[in-house]
Design a protein around this ligand. Structure first.
Ligand code: GRF
Length: 194
């Protein structure tokens, strides 16, 4: 588990693949005086990820690796994490599955946000499946990452009610707003509980 020592902020890396709204939100959170984290590094498997713009805007180091070659990419990533003294990893829309080996090396130090009420709707196309199944509620979950997909210990969850005319698009938008509240809270929670 991650240790928060005194007023020193936990050196954090955020992994992204796309838009990066959670990344942006976590950066804003990290810049607050009372935030327990400092974002040092952004890792992406996608050179075209929109979220990489936040690296420029906020002057945060970024690294892009071809995660189709998982072994080489993870080795390079682990080197970056070590040389930057990273103590916490936040996955935020990172669309690649990390190997068991990698997860073991950062055991209890990798968080993920997933747009459903886990353990329901693990995996992709969450909102589409929720609507197809006529669920009344969905939501989002922040959990620790273990070697099984979207299955690690749940840190925090937020339940959200679907409207009658909900579409995958509207639901995604609605849940994202809650994700932006939930992720910082979950980070503060795991770091405070030590
Ligand atoms: C979010 O819905 C998150 O829960 C999921 O991927 C999406 C990423 O969105 N894991 P963004 O790139 O942070 O805007």
């Amino acid at each position: 588990m991650v240790k928060s020592i005194g007023p020193k902020k936990i050196r954090t890396a955020v992994f992204i693949s796309g838009t990066g709204s959670n990344l942006k939100n976590l950066i804003k959170f990290s810049l607050k005086k009372r935030s327990p984290i400092e974002i040092i590094l952004i890792i992406s498997n996608n050179a075209k990820a929109k979220g990489l713009n936040y690296s420029k805007i906020y002057k945060i180091k970024k690294k892009i690796y071809n995660y189709n070659k998982i072994k080489i990419s993870e080795t390079k990533t682990l080197k970056d994490l070590k040389s930057n003294d990273i103590k916490l990893i936040c996955l935020a829309g990172f669309m690649k599955i990390l190997s068991k080996d990698f997860i073991r090396k950062f055991k209890g130090k990798i968080l993920n946000i997933h747009p459903s009420l886990l353990p329901k709707y693990r995996g992709l196309k969450t909102h589409e499946r929720v609507i197809k199944n006529k669920e009344k509620y969905s939501g989002c979950t922040v959990h620790l990452v273990n070697s099984k997909l979207d299955s690690g210990k749940i840190i925090l969850q937020k339940k959200v009610k679907l409207s009658k005319k909900e579409t995958p698009y509207s639901l995604r938008k609605k849940i994202l707003k809650h994700e932006h509240i939930l992720y910082p809270r979950a980070i503060s929670k795991i770091l405070a509980n030590l």
